[in-house]
Design a protein around this ligand. Sequence first.
Ligand code: SF4
Ligand code: SF4
Length: 292
Amino acid sequence: MTTEPGRATDPRPTLAVWKFASCDGCQLTLLDCEDELLGLTDRVRIEHFLEMTPAEGAGGERARLDGRGPYDLSLVEGSITTAEDAERIQHVRRISRYLVTIGACATAGGIQALRNFSDVDEFIAAVYARPEYISTLETSTPISAHVPVDLELRGCPIDRRQLLEVITAYLAGRRPRVPGHSVCFECKRRGTTCITVAHGIPCLGPVTHAGCGAICPAFGRGCYGCFGPMSRPNLRSMVAQLRHDGMSEQDIQRVFRTFNAASPEHAPVPDLAAEKQERPPATTETHPERPA
Ligand code: SF4
Ligand code: SF4
């Protein structure tokens, strides 16, 4: 147990925020909760969050990468791309009562998981002037590939409303309400006309996890899946529809290999995209949430 001053007499549960390989965008979502943040700190003690810690020598506590804990809730951003981080996540798990991963990097390896399909040494040689100083793993993997995870929150970046729901639910001792339905559901709720049905625009909405409020279709653009797979994606129908809407086998593979390249749910896509299409799908067969 920690002996930090004030902690023993403070009844509030403790929160820690951790960063692995990532752009910090999901951590910024928490800082972005401007109206709610003060209310939140009445109920939870934020003990480890380097992104909001003053720089060393600026009058704040010295930031520590290891964090001593224990913590009631840990939010983890980023994927595992180095041997050091593979060790550090074990430490984070040991000192966390609940561990929630936030964002596409932490839940699916992120954009950096594109390396999983290529030779990482080629990338290093192309990007760095002195590649001999770079020490990295061949793959970028989600946190769940290394330690047990209590909840995965999707998005690139995550949605602030879903984040607040997760934090307040854990504080209240209940299961968070983050439904696994698709972006299509959100389009219907906001009254957006389906851009695939009306205009033939390819859209990953039927297989993508809700949370963004269906922003892209509302502006006439197809969803490209930044929130990752919904709970039970019907990939066979989705791939057939994308082909019907004009995408080539290569296009289909590429649209799934963006933010959530290493999602296990997306693993069948290359084989499905390579299959010969027997007949064009009827539109009603392409919507996984619509009764047959
Ligand atoms: S999921 Fe997206 S926004 Fe979040 S850390 Fe990764 S790249 Fe940044
Ligand atoms: S790409 Fe899809 S999931 Fe991402 S913001 Fe656009 S509609 Fe939402």
